[in-house]
Design a protein around this ligand. Sequence first.
Ligand code: GDG
Length: 738
Amino acid sequence: MRRLLIVSNRLPVKVQKSKNQFGITPSAGGLATGLKSYHKSHDSVWIGWPGISVGSAKDENTIKVLLEKEHCLPVFLDNKMIENYYHGFSNATIWPLFHYFTEYIIFRATYWRAYKEVNLLFADRIIKHADKNDTVWIHDYQLMLVPDIIKEKRPDLRVGFFLHIPFPSFEVFRILPWREEILKGVLGSDLIGFHTYDYARHFISSTKRLLGFDVNFNQIRLEKRHVYIDVFPMSIDYEKFQRKAYEIQSKPIQERSKEHRDIDRFLLGSPNRKLILSIDRLDYTKGLTVRLRAFRHFLRKYSGYREQVSLILLTVPSRVEVEQYQSLKSEIEELVGSINGEFGTLNWNPIIYFYRSLPFANLIELYCSADIALLTPLRDGMNLVAKEFIATKTNHKGVLILSDMTGASKELGEAIAVNPYNIENVSDAIYEALNMSDEEQQRSVSIMQERIKRYDIYKWASEFIEALDKTKEKQAEYQARIVSEDLIKTLKIEFAKAQSKILFLDYDGTLQKFYDHPKAAIPDKELYEILDIIASVQKAELVLISGRDKDTFNEWFGDQNYTLIAEHGAWIKPRNGRWKERKSVHGEWKKNLIPVLESYVDRTPGSLIEEKTHSLVWHYRKADIELGALRALELQDDISNIILNQDLEILEGNKVMEIKVTGINKGNAAFEYLQNRNFDFIMAIGDDWTDEYLFQELPKSAYTIKVGTDKSIAKYYVDNYRDVRELLKTLTKKTNNG
Ligand code: GDG
């Protein structure tokens, strides 16, 4: 049976040593909290760092045994690795970069080296542990190189990757010195998941611009396979939160936590006092200082609310080793002190501050006691606290104020959305929340609860795994059509024994790689040799069939013993014969179109015009990839009006847009060529969609081969032009027995 391996930097449990004994406690943080319920209910194995560095093999073994019961497999990291890979590259380079805090980024080669080393270590553990065809689900920014390493060594594994933090826009991501390596690392996955469409969009944009891969909707086309990108907004274990909330509310007050009793006592003095709750890891991305300033502004602006509201500020210790986190803590504590000093009275503290992590039950108590949740991160991948707060509102009363810089704000549209940088906006939102009617609160909470309940953590995880299975099915369909060793043997035999044989070969992308400028793709010596050998085989005919202009084709191949079909079939030159025009045209129509195309060249740096007898071509391979695609759409729109009622059509090729005379294509050119002639071996190879016409017109018995991974009616696939050349060489290679 196929197993699921969950992989993340941290395991869902932390190993700790006290009095010479190892024990485990739950890990904090969104990923662990969210996913551990799914882990518990499935037969999965979780691979990750146990949160402790131990030197001896004996200790490691003890920990291994301890973790086995939790279905966890440890990856041991030493202190140096933790310093450079975790606190360094992960938390001092990637974390600030991906959250747009460019001023905090530290680039250091030692960090990068450690990151690669640890990613290799994780990959190695996965490879050793995974059975054939297992599913591996890798999580988050600490392990972005792992997918590619395992895909390379274990192509049988289904590899999914989920990023829990934002993916920044291209303009920010491009700062990273190791940006290409990071992208290639993640692209080792079959499916890549993000919380929001924006993050997915940014990732796709960086991939296109930095690596030049083509993208079709949510598929990135690598040379050998497609990688799927999709959006899976992470959720929570809704039932667990709601159940605990009911349980806590049914307990007498004496049995509740000290924090709760303190808060309750505090409320006794003023039963109408409202509680605003703020819970975050202590992190600069969470916007704690701006939040405190906004609260101060609220107390100044709406002074009538003094003594009527208190803010419970729970900050959970996090990454205490990283410098910015230490100074942030001091800054927060100073602000809390100053606000309490400015407004506090003998009976009232505006802010009740905790710097600690609370047990789960106490956390739920806090959620239950709060009237308002004030969650204003400056950037946050998702923010699960927002969903947890809503889930615990058993009486449907409560108001959520949520930063529109969080992933969660995309789903929780009924919350009061704020720009966390705008303290006026945040303080007004507090006022609005305090004045919201019970009916309005109940309406909003119910809608949000329904949504979170429907798409809970189980649904989230199973949707991801199902989508991963589907991507593998699609890839398997394609894999089954890849030209195999066996097929090559068959082709060789069939080719040898056929009495008359013909090969139709496209040129660019099929026999030759793409160049920025079409004129640069000159045939090389190896290619001439391969083609000459085929053309010299008795009873074999070689046809080069391309969109290329006839003059270039003539210059390159005019003297060779091949048949040439140029400009998508507008021109044909039988071998040793002369060029013939299949459809004669006047060039008049070009006069109107050239100025239009020129304006596109002017506005799209890197693009150029090519003129052929039967067509005009706008090439944008060298232009910015996104601008090129956008302009191509615009151009198509402009041109379709101009060419109305003319004998012209638009052909979209690989980074080219061609306006050409209608009624000619590679398919009808080949069909015409084959009329009244008999071939018992026909083979056609092409990479572009214009070659689909060719594949379509050939008899059923023909061997049709598509280069690349795009959808095709061809029977078989090869990866690239190099594979085509190898195939052609093998076809004509003499074997020992002739
Ligand atoms: C990352 C992304 C994304 C907090 N205090 C205590 C406690 N918590 C739990 C909460 C919640 C989790 O920690 C925090 O999750 P968040 O989503 O709010 O934030 P990050 O830790 O930054 O998580 C984030 C998330 O990954 C998932 O993809 O949403 O954007 O940054 O579950 O309940 N739990 C306990 N005591 C506490 O004191 N027991």
